[in-house]
Design a protein around this ligand. Structure first.
Ligand SMILES: *Cc1c(COP(=O)(O)O)cnc(C)c1O
Length: 416
């Protein structure tokens, strides 16, 4: 029997393992169904501990980390909770946390690139990102040597570092313009022959990679939590947490209630919050003015079958919106109480938790998992030197020749 099969959530059709969408039902996600109904952790490194519920048939030996879950004492005490578990994604050697780009995007990039290897796919991966995703793909491709084209807004280029000296497999293009200009340009290139798109929320490797956060939290704490908190942009992490919870429910050993999703967005740019609450909390200047613009996504997978809306309805969850002041207060509280620096996006999750406690949406004795989606960059910088990625080409979004220039640069760089 195969390790897993891939099915359309709308029509149930079984697809090729590497398919990203159903031809019949474009408004539905595909999902992986694993032959093993029980979570069996392995002793393989990093994320591959959860190999049994990842849609891969091999691993990338080096460089992957995983979530580290521990029970909070100080933050829990400060906000009046008795059973708060922190699922930490980042760099924190004291806790054995080694996600080397300091966010949970590493959990997506490793399985995604592993699957490309399995297909012996020589196409060039194209990633458009304002930062954390780009860094995670640059990291894994520097290890595997797979070619990667990163298209990023010029303003985000400072976020593009790795620990690798040699990024020969990464072609970095900066776009003068906003994030949408970068996405549009990347989209055009990815649709050409010889290139492949990472697929976003449609990619089961990204979702099940992120789902390992829930697997780790439940395996460590022995039981499904009552509540799960995460800061979201696309909401893919929320969908992933729900899918992982369903599998754990079916496993039978970890409880019989799905954790309630509490997803947090950053004001003034909260499109998912707006969709869920039927309001308008998206400023015209977005993503300007956000506490962390990695949380902005103009077209989140909300209404698609198996998307954010379904995840919230199935878990009786909700979406919150937090102000910059709430986020910065929460960041300070977390860092002082837990003793590690966190990514600003993760502070939005902490602020969401604080809101939920104040609103009485969670009770002090209930088991709660707080996903710290990124952290430890300051800690990493004390131990390692960050190396900026070399820019291969800078283009303007207004330049009609931009696409051709990128193709030419890629051809020179990779000899294709
Ligand atoms: C991408 C990201 C998020 C949001 O993830 P979703 O795709 O919306 O689930 C949150 N925090 C950090 C640090 C991120 O990089």
């Amino acid at each position: 029997m195969d390790k897993y099969s891939v099915k359309c959530l709308q029509c149930g059709e079984v697809h090729d393992s590497y398919s990203l969408n159903c031809k019949k039902d474009d408004e539905s996600l595909l999902r992986a169904y694993y032959a093993s109904k029980q979570l069996i952790p392995t002793d393989m490194p990093g994320i591959w501990k959860y190999y049994n519920w990842l849609p891969v048939t091999g691993i990338i030996e080096d460089g992957s980390g995983r979530t580290i879950t521990y029970k909070s004492e100080n933050l829990a005490l400060a906000i009046g909770l008795d059973d708060l578990w922190i699922a930490f994604n980042g760099y924190w050697p004291q806790k054995n946390a080694y996600l080397m780009t300091c966010t949970f995007k590493d959990l997506e990039s490793f399985p995604t690139m592993q699957r490309l290897r399995e297909q012996e796919d020589k196409r060039i991966m194209v990633v458009a990102s304002a930062g954390n995703t780009a860094r995670a793909f640059a990291h894994v491709c520097s290890i595997t040597g797979q070619p990667l084209l990163l298209v990023v807004p010029k303003e985000s280029v400072h976020r593009l570092w790795t620990l690798h000296d040699d990024n020969h497999s990464v072609c970095l293009v900066t776009v003068e313009g906003d994030y949408f200009d970068a996405i549009a340009l990347a989209g055009k290139i990815a649709s050409r022959e010889g290139f492949v798109n990472e697929g976003g929320a449609k990619n089961i490797a990204r979702r099940d990679g992120m789902g390992t956060v829930m697997l780790d939290a439940v395996l460590t704490s022995n039981e499904l939590p009552a509540h799960y908190f995460q800061a979201v942009g696309s909401g893919t992490g929320g969908i992933s947490a729900w899918e992982a919870s369903m599998r754990l429910l079916e496993d039978g050993r970890f409880g019989n209630t799905l954790p309630k999703l509490h997803l947090g967005q950053s004001l003034p740019c909260a499109p998912l919050y707006s969709l869920w609450h039927d309001t308008d909390a998206v400023d015209a200047a977005c993503p300007d003015g956000m506490y962390d613009d990695v949380l902005f996504n103009r077209k989140p997978p909300f209404a698609v079958k198996g998307g954010v809306k379904d995840a919230l309805e199935a878990t009786n969850g909700s979406i919150y919106a937090v102000s910059n002041k709430e986020a910065s207060d929460a960041q300070e509280l977390f860092e002082n109480s837990e003793g590690i620096d966190i990514n600003p996006a993760a502070a939005v999750a902490v602020a969401t938790l604080i809101q939920a406690v104040k609103a009485g949406n969670v009770k002090s004795g209930e088991k709660i998992v707080l996903n710290i989606t990124g952290g430890g960059q300051k800690c990493l910088m004390q131990d390692h030197e960050l190396k900026q990625l070399h820019v291969s080409l800078a283009v303007s979004a207004k330049d009609e020749e931009a696409e051709n220039k990128v193709i030419k640069t890629v051809a020179e760089k990779f000899g294709v």
